[in-house]
Ligand binder design. Structure first.
Ligand SMILES: Nc1ncnc2c1ncn2[C@@H]1O[C@H](COP(=O)(O)OP(=O)(O)O)[C@@H](O)[C@H]1O
Ligand SMILES: [Mg+2]
Length: 337
């Protein structure tokens, strides 16, 4: 669906996308995460062909974007039709009603005049059909009652719903979201993400979520890349990124570990199936040992818990503890190494 291979993009001499490769499959919800300035928005603009790139290959819906941009303006218009986009600042037309905001892509892509349709060879869509489609879209986002309202009369969450309806107007196959929830409060953020997940499930639209907050998207995205200074510094399934964060990922999540110097620190990884079992307390009882939990992270991801825990034990208990852990099926490693 979206295939990026060794992409490089410069602004002047500045390399802002540095050898990025990733693949987003049909129907996936994929997160691109990173601090401000990492190159997330630039990458999105490359995907929808609003931005040129200098090296590498970028294929969207089976089409080579560079080739289209240079040689095939007609196909480029079709590609853009297949990609809807939403933004942090909503980008609504403030002087137009909700109805007209949502109708806008239809009016740009089609004409409701048979005369113009013939004259300019532009696809025809009757005013009646436009009305029908806009109503359908407002129904999907739950704003049927705001048809005649103006953006200034809406809350942030409602404005983003209008923007989502507009982004879906031409039946896109891909929805790009550039920090779409960053201006919203946590509750509204949750509702908007639920709507996006519902749209993904119902219409099979692939979603690319750009965000500077991994926390925000971890419940709905299945895969993610972590971007820093234009480079990918972490990539994979979200539960694995959280379960076994590399050093960069830990830094991004704002975690640092201070492990005790005495005794032995063992890191345990709890995969989905056994995260909620109280293996550690059972072990302490079964072996009759003392231990302390010196670091931990349990995450709720896509409704299952995964975790990563560091326990500190006495040197003398090492052998029996490791045997017990091995038997339990929990993954482990020595935490200091
Ligand atoms: N139009 C532009 N011209 C020059 N530099 C730009 C332009 N847009 C973005 N940049 C630079 O490219 C880098 C990546 O920016 P951006 O993609 O907006 O990051 P993010 O969306 O992750 O915050 C930044 O260093 C930014 O200053
Ligand atoms: Mg940005």
């Amino acid at each position: 669906m979206i295939k990026i291979q060794n992409l490089k993009k410069y602004y002047g001499k500045d390399l802002v996308i540095n050898d990025v490769s990733l693949e987003i499959k049909k129907g996936e919800i994929y997160a691109i995460v990173g601090h401000s300035g990492a190159g997330k928005s630039t990458l999105l603009r490359c995907i929808n062909a609003l931005e040129e790139y200098q090296e590498g290959k970028l294929e969207v819906l089976g089409l080579d974007v560079k080739n289209l941009t240079q040689n095939n303006p007609k196909e480029l218009i079709n590609l853009r039709k297949d990609i809807g986009m939403i933004f942090q600042n909503f980008a609504l037309m403030n002087r137009k009603s909700v109805f007209e905001n949502v109708a806008m892509p239809l009016r740009v892509h089609y004409t409701s005049s048979k005369f113009y349709s013939k004259l300019f060879k532009k696809a025809y869509l009757s005013e009646e059909k436009i009305k029908q489609r806009v109503n359908e879209l407002l129904d999907i986002v739950g704003l049927s009652n705001k048809l005649k309202a103006y953006p200034k009369e809406l809350s942030g969450g409602q404005k983003q719903r209008v923007a989502i309806a507009r982004a879906l107007a031409l039946n896109p196959k891909i929805l790009l979201s550039d920090e779409a929830t960053s201006a919203l409060d946590p509750n509204t953020t949750k509702n908007i993400l639920e709507l996006i997940a519902q749209i993904n499930a119902e219409f099979g639209i692939s979603v690319v979520l750009v965000t500077h907050e991994m926390e925000v998207v971890k419940d709905i995205a299945k895969k993610a890349v972590l971007l820093e200074h234009g480079q990918i510094i972490g990539q994979g399934a979200i539960d694995e990124l959280f379960l076994k964060p590399n050093a960069k990922m830990k830094e991004f999540l704002g975690e640092s570990e201070f492990l005790p110097k005495n005794g032995i620190n063992i890191r345990l990884y709890f995969p989905k199936e056994i995260a909620q079992n109280s293996i550690v307390t059972h072990m302490a009882r079964a072996l009759n040992i003392d231990f302390s939990i010196v670091w931990g992270r349990i995450e709720k991801l896509n409704n299952t818990a995964v975790g990563n825990l560091v326990i500190n034990i006495n040197e003398k208990d090492k052998q029996s503890v490791l045997e017990y852990i091995e038997k339990s099926g929990v993954l482990w490693e020595m935490a200091d190494e």
